[in-house]
Design a protein around this ligand. Structure first.
Ligand SMILES: Nc1ncnc2c1ncn2[C@@H]1O[C@H](COP(=O)(O)O)[C@@H](O)[C@H]1OP(=O)(O)O
Ligand SMILES: [Mg+2]
Ligand SMILES: [Mg+2]
Ligand SMILES: [Mg+2]
Length: 348
């Protein structure tokens, strides 16, 4: 398969980054939380995860040219007041690499750490290959001890051709209802897909993978839907109006991050809706990996007008109003419910 080598490197990279994130989540200290200039929480784990993914990909694929579009940059970390944070990230990255133990490497210096973060500075686009990384997607979920994902995709000529989602807190069995919050099942799911080859899932700690499919349901009354946990990230009133019009009976399952795409790809729920508040612009790293994981599992991802997502335009995704995800059978009815709800809302 054309992207096998890249897929193996991507799985290795996100699995390592997931271990680093778990260590930080377990020992989450107030001092690990910083604020970027846009006021979103960013932790040593976001930076550390980006360093590890970047490091592993470049090491495993050393013969290929490397371009990556990633969420974090080193600007704030280069400021004097961040020297303790930079020291902690460097220590965390080196400890994670050392406890992995699979190969001997020289410890990374603080300068190496900054430069691995900055190797995610590409703008992507419609030509050549570009990795697309969200080192921690769902930072708010991460800080709350909830769901988050390390999301890594690859673009080739503007199309997403592979995607890997590590979801360290997602049970490997279904999260079809809000009971997942108290699930005692084994947690840690890894989803991966490459174009034309389907989507697979395995435990984050095992190698046995199995093919997954979106649900085949045609009946909205049986369909459950996923949406953001955070009300600031999606209009919960709009999604509940759409769900009502469609005939969905069960309450929404609220999960942080692209773990929603993973859960949908294995049929835990049938619909994912995301309608950010006015003025928010979507980024490619928030959807690239999730999008291919769902489409290769038989699902459909479009904007509110039914257009496929276009990842070839740089860092941003320009979508009409919001993003909707479901299976092929339910999509026509979902699009109709979305259209009617948006009209109703705009006439209020
Ligand atoms: N105001 C906002 N509206 C919508 N999405 C946001 C907003 N602020 C941050 N995000 C991003 O939304 C995604 C999480 O959405 P959710 O968990 O609700 O599905 C994350 O990528 C998060 O960024 P980040 O990667 O920094 O956590
Ligand atoms: Mg962020
Ligand atoms: Mg994100
Ligand atoms: Mg992030």
């Amino acid at each position: 398969m054309p992207y096998n080598k890249e897929l193996e490197a991507a799985k290795k990279a996100v699995s390592r980054a997931a271990r680093l994130c778990q260590r930080v989540q377990e020992a989450l200290l107030q001092s690990d939380v910083q604020s970027k200039s846009d006021k979103t929480p960013v932790t040593v784990a976001d930076y550390g995860s980006q360093v590890l993914v970047s490091f592993v990909l470049q090491k495993e694929l050393s013969s290929e040219s490397f371009s990556m579009v990633a969420e974090e940059d080193s600007g704030d970390l280069r400021k004097e007041e961040s020297s303790e944070t930079l020291r902690r990230i460097t220590e965390l990255v080196n400890d994670t690499l050392a406890t992995d133990g699979s190969e001997s490497i020289n410890a990374l210096s603080q300068e190496d750490v900054l430069s691995f973060i900055d190797s995610g500075k590409s703008d992507g686009g419609s030509q050549g290959r570009h990795w697309v990384l969200d080192p921690i997607d769902g930072t708010k979920g991460f800080l709350r001890g909830g769901q988050y994902a390390i999301a890594l995709g690859m673009l080739d000529e503007g199309k997403v051709v592979l995607g890997v989602l590590a979801c360290p807190n997602l049970p490997i069995t279904s999260v079809a209802s809000n009971d997942y919050l108290t699930s005692l099942d084994k947690i840690g799911s890894l989803f991966f897909a490459q174009v034309g080859e389907g989507t697979y899932m395995q435990s984050l700690y095992g190698s046995q993978s199995s093919k997954v499919h979106v649900t085949g349901t045609e009946n909205p009354e049986e369909a459950s839907f996923f949406e953001s946990f955070e009300a600031a990230h999606t209009m919960h009133d709009l999604t509940s109006l759409i769900a009502k019009k469609l005939g969905v009976k069960v309450p929404p399952v609220r999960i942080d991050s692209q773990a929603k795409y993973g859960a949908l790809s294995r049929g835990d729920g049938a619909i994912y809706m995301r309608f950010p508040h006015k003025g928010y612009r979507e980024k490619i790293w928030d959807h690239a990996a999730g999008c291919i994981v769902v489409t290769e599992a038989g699902g459909v991802v479009t904007d509110a007008a039914g257009h496929p997502l276009d990842f070839s335009k740089g860092k941003h995704l320009d979508v009409d109003t919001g993003i909707i995800v479901t299976n092929q059978k339910l999509m026509p009815a979902l699009l109709k419910a979305v259209r009617e709800s948006l009209q109703e809302k705009s006439s209020l």
